[in-house]
Design a protein around this ligand. Structure first.
Ligand code: ZN
Length: 708
């Protein structure tokens, strides 16, 4: 019986325990401590509102009596899913049935990566069948190590099997929602199930990596459609049984578009499940990643579940340090208050859970529940940073895409480190001018793929008085990555595009000497814009052989680097280089100075003044009854600026003293409250100065909203 809003219960859930009970399929003594009461005892001690409980695991084995999938043998007669779900429901808890796309059967369903060298990798390792599964008559199960996953192709018969499993679970178990994890392929698949589609897309040419990239528009659109159509069918099954669908939807900022998860999922899902990327993507996620993900998901029109992922490499099942949990929690409670969860930390293959993990998670959930009470709040709008799903997908064909993502991340980092407040705006969610009009500044960080509709809205935004900063090849392509003859925003920016700069490094003017920017740049010509700086070329006498990065500046070219242009009542700036990408990639301090100088030039209204190190983030929200919430998040962590091969726990958030915040206007010091720190207030000519005694993980200062 369909219900109107099967995801409505999520509104009352502040915390979720993602109870990752995985266990290698060849362990004969898996679940050796299993007693439903003991598991329930652990779960209830953590006291989450919502629990994700395994129906199937990463090996495609069922933890219940399935007609379709083999059942995990050591469970014997136990129906784990029923026992745990019923137990939790008896205590008033909500539950999600967890299913995983991964498998350890059907090697013929595995995806086959088409590499840049056109070699198709067939997963051909010697497969060893686990004999105890033969008696179940559901086909051979192969021994697969943790991490050595069978990832089926998204076009394979695993689709139909997954739908049947979903229907089986939904019809038999009183869970509130269904989940599907790991539903993606991270590259171009050239398996037999993809052949027909590939042939159609490349039009009879040999199927090579380059041929697929040459037909990228059709290829990615096809992959996204294949992906979204399964999610749509899963949603039908869930909704027909009165359940919500909450699949893992990832976060594109930290993924290549080949995962093919797209906004086409959104009409079907009831909740957006995503994770903290600090441990999932240790190669390129930084401590701002939870904030950025929370801001990103806040723009998605769905309730969000934000899972703090453990997976400290090699330490699966093991707990994070409590301060690391606190760091993530401070970031997300300041940015939209999604339902907070813990995943990848929890039960060992025996079903016992680390007692330390239980303590930390219980404390985390209890605090988060208290700290995130209260009615909805809105962000205070000043800077809108555009996330363009079109550019993410269609600008840069193939794998390992960074030209747009890193430019976006570099600007996000520069804004956060310089204590500016920003919202992430998602292209598909901008419906009308009103969605932009409240922002003082709109940043388009190499948003190459901008459709005509959005380009017109951006132009209207500037014309009526907005400030725009656009970089590199912004608006060069249409939504599907097809190059236009000129920039769609050419009139707004007052420049004309001439091509990509030929060197991998260019230089920007800076005090004393130019600063290298080893990243892409565009060559433009000023039409009506004022040219403020010109692109500086590398010194031709010192080519960049060896390092790949040229650090010796040469002559100044005629190409504009930085321009300014009045357009209507507004102003548009254009920077030819992808300085954000260079900063995100290399982190060189002078690039941060250049970005700060650029932002200062835009002369934004000073809503506050924060005297704090760059490891403190500030976020502003506006509540009901004219209340302003000023969130400070402390990301000061121990010596761990990582090389590529070291990691460490965030086992301390270094407390900061002497942080001061000026709020302009006449504010009564008696009206100031602070959650999470002691503040003292002093009235001055300039406004109310607040001194924070000691900033631990974060605090929220609550003051009357001084709106004009
Ligand atoms: Zn395939």
């Amino acid at each position: 019986m369909p219900v109107n809003d099967p995801g409505a219960f999520l509104g009352s859930c502040r915390s979720i325990m993602w109870y990752d009970q995985y266990c290698e399929n060849y362990y004969e003594r898996g679940f050796k401590s299993y007693q439903p009461e003991a598991v329930l005892d652990d779960l209830l001690r953590m006291d989450a509102d919502l629990y994700a409980i395994y129906a199937t695991n990463q090996w495609g084995l069922a933890y219940y009596d399935s007609d379709i999938l083999p059942k995990y043998v050591p469970l014997g007669e136990h129906d784990y899913l029923a026992e745990i779900v019923d137990g939790l429901r008896a205590h008033g808890k909500h539950t999600i049935a967890y299913m995983n796309w991964l498998d350890s059967r059907h090697p013929e369903w595995r995806w086959q990566k088409l590499g840049r060298d056109d070699v198709v990798s067939h997963p051909t390792e010697e497969l060893v069948e686990i004999p105890v599964y033969a008696a179940q008559g559901k086909g051979p199960v192969y021994a697969v190590e943790y991490g050595e996953w069978f990832l089926p192709c998204i076009n394979s018969p695993r689709r139909e099997e997954t739908l049947r499993v979903a229907a089986e679970v939904a019809s038999r178990y009183p869970v509130d929602a269904l989940h599907l994890d790991m539903f993606f392929n991270p590259g171009i698949c050239a398996c037999p199930h993809c052949q027909e589609g590939l042939d159609r897309i490349v039009g009879g040419e040999p199927i090579t990596y380059q041929a697929v990239c040459d037909h990228w528009d059709a290829y990615l659109a096809w992959r996204q459609e294949v992906s979204a159509s399964l999610i749509a069918r899963l949603a039908e099954i869930a909704h027909d049984h009165g359940k919500a669908l909450a699949p893992n939807s990832f976060c594109p900022v930290y993924m290549d578009p080949l995962i093919a998860v797209s906004s086409q999922w959104w009409p079907h899902i009831d909740s957006y499940v995503t994770e903290a990327w600090l441990r999932l993507r240790p190669q390129f996620a930084d401590v701002h990643s939870s904030t950025i993900t929370a801001k990103w998901v806040r723009s998605v029109p769905k309730p969000a579940l934000f899972l703090v992922t453990g997976q400290h490499p090699g330490f699966s099942h093991a707990t994070l340090a409590a301060p690391e949990y606190a760091m993530h929690a401070a970031a997300v409670r300041s940015n939209g208050r999604p339902t907070l969860g813990s995943c990848g930390q929890g039960p060992y293959p025996s079903t016992r859970t680390s007692p330390r993990a239980i303590d930390y998670i219980r404390d985390l959930f209890a605090q988060y529940t208290i700290q995130t009470k209260g009615p909805a709040r809105e962000t205070v709008k000043q800077v809108g940073l555009l996330w363009s799903e079109d550019t993410w997908g269609y600008y840069e064909p193939g794998e390992d895409t960074r030209a747009y993502r890193y430019e976006f991340l570099g600007y996000a980092r520069a804004l956060l480190e310089s204590h500016r407040i920003l919202d992430v705006l998602i292209d598909s969610q901008i419906a009308e001018l009103a969605d932009l009009a409240s922002y003082e500044l709109l940043i388009l960080p190499n948003v190459a793929c901008l459709d005509d509709r959005l380009a017109k809205l951006v132009a209207a935004y500037v014309r009526q008085g907005g400030k725009l900063l656009a970089t590199a090849e912004t608006s060069l392509c249409d939504a599907r990555g097809r190059r236009r003859n000129s920039l769609a925003l050419g009139d707004v920016l007052g420049v004309a595009y001439q091509g990509r700069y030929q060197h991998p490094t260019c230089y920007l003017e800076d005090e004393l000497e130019p600063c290298a920017c080893p990243s892409e740049a565009a060559m433009v010509r000023g039409t009506t814009a004022e040219v403020l700086q010109r692109l500086i070329a590398p010194d031709p006498d010192y080519p960049n052989e060896g390092t790949g990065i040229d650090l010796v500046p040469g002559p100044t070219t005629d190409h504009p680097m930085l321009t300014a242009h009045r357009y209507g009542h507004g102003q548009a700036w254009y920077l030819a280089a992808t300085l954000g990408k260079a900063y995100y990639t290399y982190g060189y301090f002078r690039m941060a100075h250049l970005l700060e100088g650029l932002l200062r030039r835009l002369d934004l209204k000073q809503l506050y003044q924060l005297d704090a190190p760059k490891s403190v983030e500030i976020h502003l929200e506006r509540g009901q009854q004219d209340t302003l919430y000023v969130h400070l998040v402390n990301l000061t962590t121990p010596a761990a600026v990582p090389a590529r091969e070291i990691v460490r726990s965030v086992d301390e958030i270094v407390p900061l003293h002497g942080i001061r915040l000026l709020l302009p206007g006449r504010l009564d010091p008696q009206s100031v409250a602070c959650d999470g720190a002691q503040v003292s207030a002093e009235v001055t000519e300039a406004g109310l100065w607040l001194s924070i005694d000691s900033l631990e993980d974060g605090c929220t200062i609550i003051v009357p909203w001084a709106s004009e």
